[in-house]
Design a protein around this ligand. Structure first.
Ligand code: GLA
Length: 391
């Protein structure tokens, strides 16, 4: 991948030597579905699918960006970041808003952002719930940090990458994806408290493999439904806080308090809150199980998480359910659930290493049989977080 990107750079900028390279991984989320924007716990794993940026720093206050995977190019003056248009005055294409948004967020924080000529691309599937957008943001943030010679605490870098996505791209995501891309550690999941940003890495169970099962579907309603879920959670908090003034986010709610005050919520808001309250507990239980190397319990919690996402949070879809059902009927599968925001994309599966080949063949055939769609079944390795270096 690195060499392919270096070649792409030479083609795009034949007379210029690249000076820097960075890499940021995508992620799966073992548990913690839609808990991050409720200030709760998440348990992501950075994976060996990543975005690379190859760049040449320049004194000119200009970003010349090439998206290698789609063969598009854009040039933006640093002075025009706020206005969000390219050198010709045209609005930026969507793909460019991720890196440009990062430059905007870093400058807004008073950090030095150099002009660059850059080519980026990678092998994180787009739209599959593996956080290709966070990987782009973090790869550029790490790159500008390396070029600029400043150093932010790693959690701050993740926060600025998220700010770019929230404010510049206009997607109201939580902190999980950027955080995982920055802090990943091979062989480990990351337990993150999305409120305090305290985190620790927790070893993955020995003898298991993580398998991403991409349904190859993506439902258009994903982003509007995502925003609706965020609003519903805030509305549930607003109503519950009439009686429970200590509650700032669903994270603060106990199952008992939710049941006692159920009359304040309609059925939908209750279901959303119930999912978040239970899911937070599942994350903490899974961490205990991981510390014991107990893959069976982690897998069981993943299954319950999927059921809750399907029935209470309503972020699954037919294809994800078909993939999930195919997975959990196989004896080598400890557990499975949808990963990312839902509404298409992929499931994440925790699988006994010895049964991997049979598992892959099984879910591929079963999913194809049920839906007529050819899935992408991808065993992945856990990976370290982002890095950048001079070439
Ligand atoms: C997307 C968002 C994350 C998180 C998940 C759901 O991946 O980017 O912040 O909310 O959905 O868990």
């Amino acid at each position: 991948m690195r060499d392919a990107l270096l070649r792409a750079f030479r083609r795009a900028f034949p007379d210029i030597e690249p000076t820097h390279i960075s890499r940021a991984p995508g992620r799966v989320n073992l548990l913690g579905a839609h808990t991050d924007y409720n200030e709760g716990y998440v348990l992501p794993v950075a994976i060996d699918r990543a975005v690379y940026v190859v760049a040449a720093a320049s004194d000119e206050p200009l970003l010349e960006l090439v998206a290698a995977d789609i063969g598009e190019r854009v040039a933006v003056r640093l002075a025009d970041l706020e206005a969000g248009h390219d050198v010709e005055g045209s609005p930026l294409p969507r793909w460019a808003r991720y890196p440009v948004g990062v430059a905007w967020a870093l400058l807004g924080r008073g950090l030095a952002v150099w002009g660059i000529r850059a080519v980026f691309g990678g092998d994180v599937p787009i739209g599959s719930g593996l956080s290709s957008s966070a990987a782009v943001e973090v790869a550029f943030a790490a790159l500008w940090q390396e070029i600029g010679g400043w150093e932010l605490p790693s959690s701050e870098l993740a926060k600025l990458a998220r700010l770019a996505e929230n404010e510049y791209v206009g997607v109201g995501c939580g902190i999980m994806d950027q955080f995982a891309s920055v802090h990943g550690r091979a062989g480990h999941a990351i337990l993150l408290d999305s409120r305090s940003l305290e985190w620790e890495s927790v070893p993955l169970p020995p003898g298991t493999i993580i398998v991403v099962a991409d349904t190859r579907t993506h439902h258009e309603l994903a982003s509007s439904e995502y925003n609706t879920r965020v609003r519903q959670c805030h509305e549930a908090v607003r109503r519950l806080s009439e009686r429970l003034p200590g509650i700032r986010a669903l994270r603060d709610l106990t199952p008992e308090a939710l049941e006692r005050n159920r009359d304040l919520l309609d059925d939908t808001l209750y279901a959303r809150a119930r999912h978040v309250v239970d899911e937070n507990r599942r994350v903490l239980e899974a961490v205990e199980a991981l510390r014991r190397g107990d893959a069976a319990t982690v897998g069981d919690l993943m299954k319950r998480s999927h059921i809750s996402s399907r029935d209470l949070y309503e972020t699954s879809c037919e294809e994800l359910d078909a993939m999930w059902e195919a997975a959990i009927e196989h004896p080598a599968c400890y557990g499975a659930r949808l990963t990312g925001a839902g509404f298409g994309g992929a499931t994440v599966n925790l699988v006994l290493a010895e049964g991997l080949d049979d598992f892959v063949a099984h879910i591929r055939a079963r999913y194809r049989g049920k839906t007529g769609i050819e899935p992408a079944i991808i065993p992945v390795e856990s990976a370290d977080g982002a890095w950048a270096s001079a070439l």
